[in-house]
Design a protein around this ligand. Structure first.
Ligand code: HPA
Length: 315
């Protein structure tokens, strides 16, 4: 729920952050939220000027605790036009026990720093059977499963300083930015490479368990292409505050859609204990696998984001 003082707290934090930055970096136009294993996006910025602020040193800032996530704000410039950017390396997740206003706090600070466009990335499970591990999905819509039952970042008194009470989300995923994404993908020659770029729908679930087979089938039937435990709260808050949104999922594992085997199936009955163990491991999501797929695909994701941003702000 949005705490009534969230605006004041975000303002305090933005003022502190700005006080730590040289003039050239004080007004980032773009923020990039780096998902699991995608912290390498911070390498896309120019080596100078660059400032890193550990979350632990920033007043009011939530700490990220998940393996594979560093926890720092990185400020620098990106692309030939030296666009000032803020990178969030590590994010607070709902499943860590944070309230929604904590999960979305960094996005609000970005708004107060002057950010106009937010690029949100994540690792996600692929539900769409045409997706492979390592593919990249440019999100064009979402299913806010947690939000539909009331766990929503805008629940509570509206923060009028950020935006309106009933913001529309039908245009949440900026079409111009998606168009630029496909152009950038082709321009970089990534369409000739081993991974595919898709557009698809992200289902936000609370986690921290990965989904059961039945849950995967349900989400797939509802129209989701990927499933994950982040991103949607930040995007909602960003849209509430009028930022443009571009979001990417890296498919790090394939969700299992078939029903589990039956214990009385003759084939299952005939298996040894070790064959049974192998059988059960097929398609089981695990965090190591998620990080490994991230490492491999991160370079393409970095090149893509850099290319998209290279001519977004030409002046
Ligand atoms: N489900 C939810 N979140 C995830 C997954 C998944 O399969 N993979 C990476 N993050």
């Amino acid at each position: 729920m949005a705490a009534p003082n969230a605006y004041i707290r975000a303002t305090e934090t933005a003022q502190y952050v700005r006080s730590q930055l040289p003039e050239a970096l004080q007004h980032p136009k773009v923020a990039i939220v780096c998902g699991s294993g995608l912290g390498g996006l911070a390498d896309t910025i120019e080596p100078e000027p660059k400032v890193e602020l550990s979350y632990a040193t920033i007043p009011n800032f939530p700490q990220a605790t998940v393996l594979g996530h560093a926890s720092k704000f990185v400020f620098g410039q990106i692309g030939e036009h030296k666009t000032p950017v803020a990178l969030l390396v590590g994010r607070a997740h709902f499943y860590e026990g944070h309230d929604m206003d904590v999960v979305t706090f960094a996005a609000r600070v970005c708004k107060l720093l002057g950010v106009e466009t937010i690029v949100v990335t994540n690792a996600a499970g692929g539900l769409n059977q045409t997706y492979s591990v390592g593919d990249i999905v440019c999100l064009n819509d979402h299913l806010n499963i947690a939000g539909l039952v009331g766990v929503h970042p805008l629940r509570g008194p509206n923060l009028d300083d950020f935006g309106t009470r009933f913001p529309p989300l039908s245009d949440a995923y900026d079409l111009d930015l998606r168009r630029r994404t496909h152009k950038a993908w082709a321009k970089l020659g990534l369409d000739q490479g081993k991974r595919k770029l898709h557009e698809g729908v992200y289902a936000f679930v609370g986690g921290p368990t990965y989904e059961t087979r039945a849950e995967c089938r349900m989400l797939s039937m509802l129209g989701a292409d990927v499933v994950g435990m982040s991103t949607v709260p930040e995007i909602i808050v960003a849209r509430h505050a009028g930022m443009r949104v571009l979001a990417f999922s890296l498919v790090t594992n394939s969700a299992v859609l078939e029903a589990g085997s039956w214990g009385n199936d003759p084939e299952i009955q005939a298996m040894s204990r070790s064959e049974l163990a192998d059988h059960l491991n097929k398609g089981k999501a695990n965090h190591e696998e998620v990080l490994e797929a991230g490492r491999e695909a991160a370079k393409d994701m970095q090149a893509l984001v850099k290319q998209i941003l290279s001519d977004l702000y030409e002046d």
